[in-house]
Design a protein. Structure first.
Length: 357
């Protein structure tokens, strides 16, 4: 009698959790708000209406790992979702954030985190220097976060001039990364920092000069998720911020590293656009290699940048690149042109790029 009762309870438990643990893994990531994939156009005098931008929890990767993203349509540089994605790992050990979003939406980013947890903001890691990823560093530094980044990012950030030579915005030191580390060419893919927080093991992996010279990707081992920031994008042509040390060839190297540090089941979280898998990097890499080869040949033959623009090398990719514009197409071709000959070295997180703009 007693054993029958226990059996009944056991069967009842099985049916209460019919899918078991493996099926639970399969349901992640939960796409709570799908990335907007439409094209929008903006008048030339368009100003971002910051007050209209909401910061929402858009994807969930585990019970305590999510990403936040801004509203679509309102930010011309990122119509898919304003600003850069922020990842939030929360729990009893405190909050870890990957990137801090634009400073104009800092309170909203904070409110989105507070909708998940009341634990203190403990750690921020910056994937790269751009303001849609570091803009609210000061805000979260004042909340008590220790900010991590590559040393090249810090050097770029403390420079009193912007890469174009104009005066930089004055920054409160509280928002500047103090826990810094360097890219080690002899150990690509190795974590510079590993944290054990909230049941996760989190690796800060410095990258070779690619989107900038201060890139970090962030791996969440248990969830099998990697935040890959902006060296990859599925909105507009590839972007290497060369004045901040970026490199198109470095982007190709960055992609190649994923053969080792990701597997077929890993979800890759770009700073913008839709989530991808490792194999989605292949056509992106093919395009980069093709354009680098073709621009190299044309430049070696003595063609000017204008002549290379006229060659329309991106034509085969126009259909597959969503959000392609004259601006991001030319920026890509110009970057390759500048890189294949006389590419300036990185000094203090910067490259002295030629001024043929
Ligand atoms: Zn970005």
């Amino acid at each position: 009698m007693r054993s029958i009762k226990l059996l009944a309870i056991w069967i009842g438990m099985l049916s209460a959790f019919p899918s078991g643990l493996s099926a639970q893994d399969e349901e992640y990531p939960l796409i709570l708000i799908p990335t907007d994939e439409n094209d929008y156009s903006y008048p030339t005098d368009y100003q971002i209406p910051w007050e209209q931008i909401e910061i929402r929890v858009t994807e969930k990767f585990s019970p305590n790992l999510v990403s936040l993203h801004g509203s679509p349509r309102l930010d011309p540089a990122h119509p898919d979702g304003s600003g850069g994605r922020v990842m939030v790992l929360h729990g009893p050990d405190g909050v870890l954030m990957v990137d801090t979003q634009n400073r104009q939406v800092a309170e909203k980013t904070y409110a989105a985190i507070r909708s998940l947890t009341n634990q203190p903001i403990k750690v921020v890691v910056n994937s790269h220097i751009h303001s849609d990823h570091t803009g609210a560093n000061e805000f979260f530094g004042k909340k008590g976060a220790l900010i991590f980044a590559q040393e090249n990012l810090r050097l770029d950030m403390i420079n009193p001039l912007r890469p174009d030579g104009s005066p930089a915005r004055r920054r409160d030191p509280i928002g500047i990364p103090v826990a810094t580390y360097e890219w080690d060419p002899t150990a690509p893919g190795d974590a510079a920092v590993t944290l054990n927080m909230n049941g996760e093991t989190v690796d800060f992996i410095p990258m070779m000069p690619s989107h900038t010279a201060g890139d970090t990707i962030v791996r969440f081992r248990k969830a099998n998720v990697i935040y890959i920031e902006d060296f990859y994008r599925n909105y507009g042509f590839p972007f290497a911020a060369q004045a901040s040390g970026g490199s198109i060839k470095g982007i190709i190297e960055a992609i190649d590293l994923f053969r080792e540090i990701a597997d077929d089941a890993t979800w890759l979280v770009p700073g913008h656009g839709t989530l991808i898998r490792r194999d989605d990097l292949i056509p992106y890499r093919d395009m980069l290699v093709d354009i680098v080869n073709n621009v190299s040949v044309l430049r070696a033959q003595g063609n000017t940048l204008e002549q290379v623009f006229t060659a329309n090398l991106t034509e085969p990719y126009e259909q597959s690149v969503r959000g392609a514009t004259q601006q991001n197409r030319n920026r890509f071709i110009r970057a390759v042109y500048d890189e294949v000959e006389n590419f300036p070295p990185i000094v203090n997180g910067r490259r002295a790029m030629p001024m043929h703009r």
